[in-house]
Design a protein around this ligand. Sequence first.
Ligand code: IPE
Ligand code: IPE
Ligand code: MG
Length: 248
Amino acid sequence: MSTSLELDEKKLPQHIAIIMDGNGRWAQSRGLMRLMGHKAGVKTVQLIVKAAREIGIPVLTLYAFSSENWKRPATEVSGLMTLLKNYLESELISMLDNNIRLRCIGRKENLPGEIRETLETSIARTAASTGLVLNLALSYGSRDEIVGAAREMAELCLAGKLRPEEITEQSFAGRLYTAGLPDPDLIIRTGGEFRLSNFLLWQASYAEIFITETHWPDFTRKDFVAAIATFQKRQRRFGKTGDQVNGN
Ligand code: IPE
Ligand code: IPE
Ligand code: MG
């Protein structure tokens, strides 16, 4: 299936990042355990990855687990890790079949060894794919990412391998986890909260933000297309005036 009739194929976002929130509330409102919400959320992930691929979005980043989410009850954390492992194992063939390239941003080293191995295997096996880049944010925190980049550059300076004046927006961005990826044009947050929760703070400078009350397990392909359609109606001015952008 090609892109929806609603969308202008020439104005597709090059990178969509999603804060997949609301799994817990979705479950609790149904009298279910929070983990059932995460389980239902995995189905939405499959649906939206397929949609992004079919619409022709080059990069899709999914915020799956934040550096702060480790503070949740141990049972929820281990349940989420199990879901992640099952997802990675069950999707590898489908990723290869669909020319999807897996990437990951975040502190991989904080993940349980078994998951890290599964993740590394999937990343390596899909490295030659040329279609959708599926970028999973795992144990990801934006401030931690920025401090890490600053520290790396400071060390290079101390070692005499970098001059302070060589620290530019471009070279700094090249030290972030997202090095080589375009900045997100569109950030979608489900679950209705008006915040970024430590997600892509540097990269989000000029992202268009779309927030929906819909909880992640209820988010559909139609909602995804609607978010992109809304994005396409926005005027991105990047600091200029509307007239300048329109060429007047
Ligand atoms: C998002 O859903 C998934 C993760 C953070 C792992 P939540 O679990 O945060 O759901 P709510 O916000 O409690 O409803
Ligand atoms: C953000 O959701 C993290 C993910 C979606 C993985 P949270 O539920 O952790 O965010 P807060 O705590 O409500 O800000
Ligand atoms: Mg939440």
